[in-house]
Design a protein around this ligand. Sequence first.
Ligand code: NAD
Ligand code: IPM
Ligand code: MN
Length: 358
Amino acid sequence: MTKKTIAVLPGDGIGPEVTRAATQVMENIARLHDHEFVFKEGLIGGSAIDEKGGPLPLETKEISAASDGILLGAVGGPKWDRLPGANRPEKGLLEIRKSLDLYANLRPVKAYSALIESSPLKEEIVADVDFLIVRELTGGLYFGEPKKREDADGETRAVDTLIYKTSEIKRIAERAFQAARLRKGKVVSVDKANVLESSRLWRETVDDIRVDYPDVELEHMLVDNAAMQLIAQPAAFDVIVTENTFGDILSDEASMLTGSLGLLPSASMGSTDVGLYEPVHGSAPDIAGENRANPLAAISSAAMMLKYGFEMEKEAKQIETAIETVLADGYRTADIALKTEETVTTAEMTEAVIKALE
Ligand code: NAD
Ligand code: IPM
Ligand code: MN
């Protein structure tokens, strides 16, 4: 029996609905394997602003830092959209990533064979899609200083700063090369080196690190071309490594290769053992509270926690297989259903996954 303490940060919008689905699946994994998972809930984002006055209360930081793994839903929503940047729900998420030094965000993109028709792209384009986006998560435009507004010459100016240091690029490049060794041995590094100085440093540094990984194939690609190649020939990618903002945008684009943003999980890892696991999607205010959200991204994120955080390969695989089974059996939340298909609710999809674990 293994005991693990898991910080659960549901957040806002559909966050609570999909994290509940993920913890229910984990409870069943614990029961089937005689593990003990202790869930400790914490406030983050808009709900934390409403209850505690800030997006990342101290208790949440403490629960998270003391846990074996963090499961997060999503933060943000229209209610808090007019707050200044430093007080927004999203700031809580950025702060927890930064404070735990979770610099490597792994976002696997794999087409489920049962869902090939759910993608708006042609079957032959998406059928063999299986790649990993390695997104740098604690640098770049998101965190660079100065970040400010100022009044000058009779108008207002807003400043964001895009900074990368070699040490930040080195460590994420190493993660990407290591991941490629366990996959098909091919890294595409995405940048904008024809325009941005930070991208030129990115490219040089990735080339330097590459020397230690002569067995891995490396290609540099400009981000605008990468956005196009992701649609033109997505099955050609194995590992994509890129900076924070590009990785954010490209992963939402990539989600449609699988059929829905509601399918993509992620793991954020750093220099400590505590990882943060969360769906790639946001709080989906348009469907929040309606029991319509696809819980599979959150459930897959829980599987990533078992695999990468707890070395529970077998248990993680059991969840992945259960997801494939329910999709093959025709369970469809609204986001992945064809016009003619019947849909199930968040709770019904979760229940089906739990049944398929047995
Ligand atoms: P979003 O990802 O919340 O939603 C985009 C679209 O995808 C919506 O139509 C939504 O209904 C749909 N969608 C997303 N997840 C789904 C799911 N599981 N099942 C079915 N459909 C799903 O992006 P947005 O609308 O641009 O942002 C809404 C809020 O979420 C914003 O406040 C934003 O800052 C926040 N956000 C948070 C995170 C996070 O917490 N990691 C990520 C992205 C956006
Ligand atoms: C994501 C989200 C976040 C990001 C926001 C909510 C800060 O879009 O996790 O992809 O941009 O990293
Ligand atoms: Mn995003």
